[in-house]
Design a protein around this ligand. Structure first.
Ligand SMILES: CC(C)(COP(=O)(O)OP(=O)(O)OC[C@H]1O[C@@H](n2cnc3c(N)ncnc32)[C@H](O)[C@@H]1OP(=O)(O)O)[C@@H](O)C(=O)NCCC(=O)NCCS
Length: 148
């Protein structure tokens, strides 16, 4: 399906339901991540931003941006399966790169799940390189990953 005209804009509260649907359709949700909490934390954190792609009032893409004073990160990069391969993901990442650059963030990074093989080609196409860093994590609340 062609995206036709689309525009990028800031997330608005009314987008919440559509955004969770988008992330579900894109396979980005995990039981140990509460998307509503993630949205809330992002939109209430000054060094973060939630940008969405909108086509005729329909929410078809997203990217969650943030920086920690050292590096910039992109999370929840998503384009609805029906609208993929129309340049929307590239446009979201160009926006993210400008956003980081305006804040003098020297490097932009994304975490790719080990089983998400298709997205590697996308990032490579945009000039991103693999790095050799092992990510470690620790949950600081009651929730934990199943079988962890
Ligand atoms: C990754 C994703 C956001 C890409 O969005 P998209 O709108 O389809 O990407 P674009 O159309 O802007 O593609 C940009 C370029 O990458 C290429 N590309 C896109 N997906 C690709 C893939 N899976 N493999 C190889 N190249 C790919 C396109 O052909 C295009 O190249 P070109 O501009 O030189 O012609 C989308 O596939 C998605 O939402 N995937 C599911 C969620 C996900 O995995 N998110 C990332 C989590 S880390």
């Amino acid at each position: 399906m062609s995206a036709g005209e689309f525009s990028l804009r800031q997330f608005a509260r009314a987008d919440q339901h559509g955004l969770v649907e988008l992330w579900t359709a894109c396979g980005l949700l995990r039981p140990w991540n509460n998307p509503l909490e993630d949205i809330h934390l992002c939109v209430t954190t000054p060094s973060s931003e939630l940008v969405v792609a909108d086509s005729a009032g329909r929410l078809i893409g997203s990217a969650m941006l943030g920086h920690d004073g050292h590096r910039g990160w992109v999370y929840y990069l998503a384009v609805h399966p029906n609208w993929q391969r129309n340049g929307i993901g590239r446009s979201l990442m160009s926006y993210a790169e400008r956003w980081m650059d305006e804040r003098q963030v020297p490097k932009i990074q994304a975490m790719i799940r080990a089983d998400n093989l298709p997205v590697r080609g996308f990032y490579r196409r945009l000039g991103y390189q693999d790095n050799d860093v092992q990510v470690v994590e620790k949950f600081l609340n009651q929730r934990s990953k199943p079988n962890a």
